[in-house]
Design a protein around this ligand. Structure first.
Ligand code: NIG
Ligand code: FE
Length: 409
């Protein structure tokens, strides 16, 4: 049935454009956020139809929504999460407070392997229910499109179980979801003396089954000293490419290992974390179409290096922001707090943070012409805020709940 929704009395309609953007925002353009003041917005059949100033508001629609001087902006596009997991890991967090490092916990079989043990035991149904709750929770923070990874399975059955949960979420939720296969998240204990055995399991057993069921949109590898080498990552990415899966990878979380350049050679849509970067990494990104996705709540939670956002922006590299929602390094899916940290710790301007969390996040999921911008024809996934004095107030008032309503049409 045709349906129209008219939102009126919008103090500022942010992130508007005449047409869907063609590429992510980089350099000086990242701070250009167009805002139409005192505006209305008409949605028809789930799509942005038109917008304008209140002086010329249309007189009717099937449904009306008074924004009461709140702002309207594109819903957050959270392009990196591990939202399907069995249990929280606050005991490891307490161990870190007492002095252990994330790497030390991983070495002794905690961390990702701890999550994998818990997930293996949990029935698919229960895992799904828990994940669905988290999805509803992040929607209440304003998230309107999301990527979710596997990677706490680490066996054929458990990786498939995770990806099937993600598929059920896709089918049952209004939230648009991209699924990423992260079988190469950690080397299981039983393969620590036989790493190639695990790589073969990923390539020869997991990937063909995942591809046959169409369970993944992307492929990911955790390229790091505690996880996989650059060469191992390349093996997995090459295999993924044979099934048409493009990379979105974890690189440079703790060490510069050359993973960025290698991932770019394999056509990565995004390289994520980048808490540490060197000159070669920056040069490789400058000569690519790959998006740099920063996850500021992870180093905040680990009390680790602050990602060099200004250096990345000044190098003209498109930058996206995401939550990394996971039980080990970012037990929060709260995008507004990610924006606050980006401004406070990484010295991003509020406009830059908003663009990085909307339009560029959408591009990091290859959804830039669908979500993340308010332009005619694009999907109407929007945030209506509570009344607030300015857009900058949103990241400024960190921890406040300023999202009044999330529209996912
Ligand atoms: O993005 N770095 C690798 N993966 C996750 C953490 C996983 C975990 O500790 O459970 C991350 O930080
Ligand atoms: Fe992650």
């Amino acid at each position: 049935m045709p349906h129209s929704l008219l939102i009126t009395n919008i103090k500022g309609l942010a992130g508007v454009a005449d047409a869907a953007p063609e590429k992510p925002l980089a350099g000086d353009a990242l701070k250009e956020l167009e805002v139409l003041e005192n505006a209305w917005l008409l949605i028809e059949n789930g799509r942005i139809a038109r917008f304008g100033r209140m002086a010329e508001v249309p007189d009717r629609a099937d449904e009306m929504l008074d924004a009461r001087q709140g702002f309207v902006l594109p819903a957050w596009c959270d392009s990196h999460t591990h939202l399907v997991f069995a249990q929280s890991r606050e005991q490891e967090w307490v161990d870190r407070i007492k002095g252990l490092s994330y790497e030390e916990i991983a070495q002794r079989g905690g961390g990702i392997l701890n999550s994998a043990r818990k997930l293996r035991e949990m029935p698919e149904e229960e895992l799904y229910e828990k994940a669905l709750k988290r999805l509803d929770e992040v929607r209440s923070y304003g998230t309107g499109a999301i990527e979710i990874k596997s990677g706490y399975g680490l066996s054929v059955d458990s990786e498939l179980k995770m990806l099937r949960v993600i598929r059920r979420l896709k089918e049952s939720s209004r939230m648009p979801i991209r699924a990423t296969f992260l079988g190469a998240h950690s080397v299981p204990m039983e393969y620590r003396q036989n790493r190639q055995g695990y790589i073969r399991l990923i390539i020869e057993e997991m990937l063909p089954k995942i591809a046959a069921e169409g369970l993944a949109d992307y492929i990911d590898v955790f390229c790091e000293k505690v996880a996989f080498t650059v060469e191992e990552m390349e093996q997995v990415l090459e295999a993924g490419a044979r099934y048409g899966l493009k990379p979105k990878v974890h690189v440079n979380q703790f060490n510069c290992m050359g993973g960025i350049e290698a991932a770019i050679r394999h056509g990565a849509v995004s390289v994520d974390h980048l808490e540490v970067v060197n000159d070669e990494d920056i040069a490789a990104l400058q000569n690519s179409n790959t998006i740099a996705t920063l996850l500021p709540t992870a180093p905040f939670f680990l009390n680790d290096h602050i990602p060099p956002a200004r250096r990345i922006i000044e190098a003209g590299i498109p930058l996206a922001l995401a939550t990394d929602f996971n039980p080990g390094t970012s037990p929060s899916g709260r995008m507004p707090f990610v924006l606050s940290l980006a401004c406070i710790q990484m010295r991003m301007l509020p406009e830059e943070a908003i663009n990085a969390a909307t339009v560029n996040g959408a591009f990091a999921m290859e959804w830039g012409s669908e979500y993340g911008t308010i332009a005619p024809g694009m999907a109407a996934n929007l945030i209506v805020t509570k009344p607030m004095p300015s857009l900058s107030y949103l990241p400024y008032a960190f921890g406040s709940d300023l999202v009044e309503r999330v529209v996912l049409e």
